[in-house]
Design a protein around this ligand. Structure first.
Ligand code: IPE
Ligand code: IPE
Ligand code: MG
Ligand code: MG
Ligand code: MG
Length: 320
């Protein structure tokens, strides 16, 4: 099956569950924490979790459903806080939580989703020892995520960040949540530990590639397509593989650290395309997806394994 069609179908099912739990309104804070959740999103982390569960144990995804929702809640917590940190006003085509409400409400809305992630793991039908392992993996993941976000923010004030440091930052801010999605799916399905480990490393590689593609989308895709502020990374002085490779070729992006018009952004894109930066960045993402394939080699053959492989390819071709 085509991965994009599969992802869409999976997202519809996940949307229904999220709607059941979070669509009921409630207090102002409950509505603020449900705002982004109900605005859609690709639901890639729960989809990866459920496919991973099936890939290690046929029928294993049933016990993984609440944990899959937990991963989407964690993701939405990070998005709400990330939009405050990055000063963005558009996400999933709707105003960000701090733009629609205010920063204190957005901080608390994120905290609510962070807390409820752990509650959702406990709601799953897996045995307690599997839930304890999943809670442990998710809490370590959240701590790493914060480290990654802290690196991302602190890099804004530096001009000497290298590709190695960038990759470590991205592994932490984005890779580990995909790693935990695949790993927790496998744990909830009670697959062998070596499969859970292989899936964790697959998730780490495709998640890192996913962030590199997100950085390309930030620059190349119109806001109408991405649903997010365009060139936010340029405006904020983010250190991405794009900006690092540009700097190494003598291209100074500092003058673009401000609000930019679409035609100004198009000018930067032309410069980066001509100098080969965009192609080189794509090659790094492609290499990561290739390495992710190797991680899955030990898994038994199944339709779900093939879909996981295809999703890796989709991660680096999406969104343009
Ligand atoms: C955006 O994630 C944040 C990053 C880690 C780059 P997604 O692109 O998965 O966002 P949604 O969930 O589809 O909105
Ligand atoms: C965010 O990276 C990663 C998170 C852990 C939230 P970005 O700041 O690039 O994500 P977007 O582009 O705002 O979605
Ligand atoms: Mg951001
Ligand atoms: Mg950010
Ligand atoms: Mg981004």
């Amino acid at each position: 099956m085509d991965p994009e069609a599969y992802i869409e179908k999976s997202a519809e099912q996940i949307d229904k569950i999220i709607d059941r739990y979070f669509g009921g309104g409630g207090t102002e804070l409950a509505r603020a924490s449900a705002h982004l959740l109900l605005a859609g999103g690709k639901r890639l982390r729960p989809t990866v979790a459920l496919l991973s569960a099936e890939a290690v144990q046929k029928g294993g995804s049933d016990a993984a459903i609440p944990a899959a929702i937990a991963l989407e809640l964690t993701h939405n917590f990070t998005l709400i806080h990330d939009d405050i940190m990055d000063g963005d006003s558009l996400r999933r085509g709707v105003p960000t939580v701090h733009a629609k409400w205010d920063e204190p409400t957005a901080i608390l809305a994120g905290d609510v989703l962070f807390a409820r992630s752990f509650e959702f793991i406990t709601l799953s039908g897996a045995p307690d020892n599997a839930k304890v392992r999943a809670v442990s993996m998710l809490s370590r993941t959240c701590a790493e995520l914060c480290e990654g976000q802290h690196m991302d923010m602190s890099f804004e004030d530096r001009d000497d960040v290298d590709e190695f440091e960038y990759l470590e930052m991205v592994r932490k801010k984005t890779g580990v949540l995909y790693a935990a999605s695949a790993g927790i799916g496998a744990i909830m399905a009670q697959g062998p530990a070596i499969y859970a480990d292989a899936l964790y490393h697959y998730g780490l590689a495709i998640g890192t590639a996913f962030q590199i593609q997100d950085d390309l989308i930030d620059l190349l895709a119109p806001a109408e397509k991405s649903g997010k502020d365009r060139a936010s990374d340029l405006r904020e002085g983010k250190k991405t593989l794009i900006s690092i490779k540009a700097r190494n070729k003598g291209i100074d992006l500092k003058p673009y650290r401000r609000d930019l018009s679409d035609s100004e952004i198009d000018g930067v894109v032309t410069l980066l395309e001509r100098s080969g930066v965009i192609r080189e960045v794509r090659e790094v993402a492609d290499d990561l997806v290739r390495s992710a394939r190797e991680n899955l080699a030990i898994l038994p053959e199944s339709e779900e394994k093939q879909l996981l492989l295809a999703i890796g390819e989709f991660f680096v071709s999406r969104g343009m």
